[in-house]
Design a protein around this ligand. Structure first.
Ligand code: NOJ
Ligand code: CA
Length: 519
């Protein structure tokens, strides 16, 4: 049996608001995406697209506050537009993954409207209500409990307008599993499950214990949230049985896939979400985010992850998404090239974020144009900067919209940094991504082979990918600002400086230079 698509393929995340606007209202939409599919399948050469939410929503959290799970927000189009997108994607061999927001709905979802109406509402127990708050805090800051005129408090792990669903109520589970079936019937190939592990909390809703000291590596969390041990407000062990039921629902349809957004940095606990191969197909592996471009930390991430992976468990890697500062800004431009090489030659499915393939930069958005409520509540935490419109060309609004305004400003560097200019320029990041994707796809060792981290000087990351009977590859990345010389050998298949491709590797690596050699 050949390996499934979600193991051999590369996933590309689209933030629908920001990818391509087909009707000039300044907001990206589904038809815009359909019109750009050739870019994804033929120019870039990815295998699957993941669409962040496009469901009806008040857009308080830009679609992660869903008011109807089984429709399309008129801003983005219609169900018919969605069907066409799926049809056109499939015609090009692209799989379609949609976001499945399980932990919470919008407070304007009919379920919540009914639940909150009166205390003895038929759907009261679809959400989490309590007479008094406990000490849980929201990821976005402040108490996780919102007082309500009905006399009780409801739980919201994120914004107050994102009430948490009560997955301990079997009716909630049944309704949410119906949502999966609805989209699978429409041809959807997989689901990215938003904050998947948050769905099960302590049934007694006990207070979280406080940490005695604040960890220095509290990655991207506000201090209030980082100050407590999150033992009761998420990831109750019952989550595993829930994931198994979810998996059984998916498995009734051929070749479907699930990936959970799970920010868990303890490898053992992270690996538990694979279950015995009967839970999530994979939990997102975010270890490259805090690792930056530090070779020691990246090496530790590879070894750490590989050592806990259960039998049959398939790895994956993420270097950017709609919640993280852009790679090119976080790491730097030459570093972003090295990261592309690492990400696309590691063992496991890579998920790319739109625009990172051209090195789009983070944009500093003036306060009056900021949209993300997290940033408006907690300065410094805003995520607008990585969600600016895709830069297609040097034209007006980067070719994203023909309208007079885009929902977030277009990065002024779009005149230099865009798809049109980078295409065909051998030195561009886009062409590096294209070469890497092409070589990866053609090389069984890179898609399915094993990985071995090789001994190397401390500033160099070096690993080998091999699969019996096919050519092996070695990645050698100088992750430092100084040139270095390492063991020579092997024909260079892909190099961050393209002119070296086809040559024998002489051991010399410029600052931040990386090569993929046939070993
Ligand atoms: C994680 C999503 O990636 C993020 O964008 C969102 O704000 C939260 N979940 C809440 O849904
Ligand atoms: Ca539009």
């Amino acid at each position: 049996m050949s390996a499934p698509w979600w193991q051999t393929g590369v996933i590309y995340q689209i933030y629908p608001r920001s990818f391509a606007d087909s009707n000039g209202d300044g907001i990206g939409d589904l038809r815009g995406i359909t019109l750009r599919l050739d870019y994804l399948s033929d120019v870039l050469g990815v295998d699957a697209i993941w669409l962040s939410p496009f469901y009806p929503s008040p857009q308080d959290d830009f679609g992660y506050d869903v008011a109807d799970y089984i429709d399309v927000d008129p801003i983005y189009g219609t169900l018919r537009d969605f069907d066409q997108l799926v049809e056109q994607a499939h015609r090009r061999g692209l799989k379609v993954i949609v976001d499945y927001v399980i932990n919470h709905t919008s407070d304007r979802h009919p379920w919540f409207l009914e639940s909150s109406r009166v205390k003895d509402s038929r759907r009261r127990d679809w959400y989490v209500w309590r007479d008094q708050p406990n000490n849980w805090v929201s990821v976005f800051g402040g108490s996780a409990w919102e007082p309500h005129p009905s006399g009780q408090f409801y739980l919201h792990s994120f914004l107050a307008s994102q009430p948490d669903l009560n997955w301990r109520n079997p009716e909630v589970e049944a309704a949410m599993l119906d949502v999966l079936r609805f989209w699978m019937e429409r041809g959807v190939d997989g689901f990215r499950i938003d904050v998947a592990h948050f769905a099960m909390k302590d049934p007694l809703l006990r207070d979280n214990p406080m940490k005695s000291t604040l960890p220095s590596d509290a990655y991207k969390l506000n201090s209030e949230y980082a100050a407590m041990e999150h033992v009761y407000d998420k990831a109750h062990p019952d989550i595993h049985a829930l994931f198994r039921r979810l998996r059984r629902t998916l498995d009734r349809y051929p070749d479907r896939f699930s990936v959970g957004e799970i920010h868990e940095y303890n490898w053992q606990q992270w690996a538990a979400f694979y279950g015995q191969g009967d839970e999530l197909h994979m939990p997102f592996n975010f270890a490259l985010l805090p690792a930056g471009i530090d070779p020691v930390r990246i090496r530790a991430a590879i070894i750490g992850m590989e050592s806990v992976l259960p039998a049959g468990g398939w790895p994956n890697w993420v270097a950017g998404n709609h919640d993280e500062p852009r790679i090119a800004s976080r790491l730097g431009k030459p570093q972003a090239q090295a990261m592309a090489m690492i990400l696309l030659s590691l063992r496991g499915t890579p998920t790319l974020y739109y625009g990172d393939e051209i090195g789009m930069e983070q944009l500093e958005i003036p306060p009056e144009r900021q949209k993300d409520q997290w940033g408006r509540r907690k300065p410094g935490f805003g995520r607008d900067g990585c969600r600016t419109p895709m830069q297609w060309s040097p034209a007006h609004h980067a070719g994203f919209t023909t309208g007079s305004q885009s929902w977030l400003p277009v990065h002024p560097d779009h005149t230099a940094c865009n798809v049109e200019l980078q295409r065909g320029d051998a030195h561009s990041l886009l062409e590096l991504y294209r070469r890497l994707l092409r070589v990866r796809k053609a090389a069984p060792a890179l898609t399915m082979g094993s990985i071995e981290v090789l001994d190397s000087p401390p500033e160099v990351l070096s690993f080998r990918r091999s699969l019996g009977g096919s050519i092996s590859f070695e990645t050698r990345a100088n992750l430092s600002a100084e040139a270095t010389v390492i063991e020579p050998g092997g024909r260079i298949a892909v190099a961050t400086s393209g002119e070296r491709e086809g040559q024998q590797f002489d051991g010399y690596l410029e600052a931040w230079e990386a090569v993929l050699v046939e070993a």
